[in-house]
Design a protein around this ligand. Structure first.
Ligand code: 15L
Length: 270
């Protein structure tokens, strides 16, 4: 794997990853709508709005692997999710197919399964229970990944990312925190594992309070080094200052679940 593209390279995760991936792949191309403010002279940048299929094709041309971080990364109105995360992700996979790309790593999200209760341990086989339009768009991206793998032979890894940060920032994040270096391990598995067709894994470190069974990732060689519990004091202190959230506090997606909620909490079953 020599020629890789990172979409969403100017975003929060993209900025971290492009530093951690520097030197790993000889030709790392960056793409986003606008260049990262700290773009270095030796970094290649191709501007592309994901909703613009021709621009996405230009960004993808000549690449062997893609880390697709682009699009909206939180809940937004449907009118914004549609072009960025639905049409944009379709454009990305379609451009990858046409350009003969070998691997796509899709940045999915824990919000695909946000409506599972926290006391339930789920695997990557869990059917989607999205907690937001954003989560629905990520479930769509996972489905596209499976489709492009089965129909066209693209190798695809979808990573249901928890929360990428230097440290967990509240109680929920003690379960879903992922150390940036652990996420890099997963991305590299997605791009380099010799035998990958389509898999879904959780982007989470080795957290004692974790609620996901990440067996698929371990089978592919993932060996996380982060452990949120070592950083729990600050996270629990921050949690103590937050108001209670009767809906979000018992569900994996947290506040994404309580936002706009008018459902019946009793019917969200374990
Ligand atoms: C995500 O998917 C978001 O991109 C990120 O901003 C966080 O909200 C994260 O999930 C989370 O659940 O903490």
């Amino acid at each position: 794997m020599e020629r890789c593209l990172i979409t969403g390279a100017a975003g929060g995760i993209g900025t971290r990853l492009r530093r951690l991936l520097r030197g790993v792949y000889p030709h790392l191309r960056l793409s986003d709508r606008v260049p990262p403010p700290d773009l270095a002279a030796d970094e290649e940048f191709v501007a592309a709005d994901l909703a613009d299929a021709a621009a996405v094709e230009r960004a993808v041309a000549g690449m062997q692997g893609i880390i697709h971080l682009g699009g909206l990364s939180t809940e937004c109105p449907w009118e914004e999710i549609l072009p960025a995360n639905i049409i944009g992700t379709y454009n990305l996979f379609e451009a990858a197919r046409r350009a003969g790309v070998e691997r796509v790593v899709f940045a999915s999200s824990n919000h695909v399964v946000g409506f599972y209760p926290r006391r339930r341990r789920i695997s990557a086989e869990a059917i989607p229970r999205p907690d937001s339009r954003y989560g629905v768009s990520k479930a769509f991206g996972e489905a596209l990944g499976a489709f492009y793998a089965d129909k066209f032979g693209l190798g695809v890894l979808a990573i249901r990312i928890g929360n990428v940060a230097d440290a967990p920032v509240d109680e929920r994040r003690l379960s879903i925190w992922v150390k940036p270096e652990d996420l890099v391990q997963l991305l590299r598995i997605g791009l380099e594992h010799p035998d990958l067709h389509f898999e879904v894994v959780y982007g989470v470190s080795a957290n004692a309070r974790g609620w996901w069974d990440n067996e698929t990732a371990f089978r592919l060689g993932y060996r996380p080094t982060g452990e949120a519990e070592n950083l729990s004091a600050a996270a629990l202190a921050a949690q103590a200052k937050l108001p209670p959230d009767p809906i979000g506090d018992r569900l994996q997606g947290g506040s994404f679940c309580s936002l706009e909620f008018t459902g019946d909490p009793e019917r969200i079953k374990a």
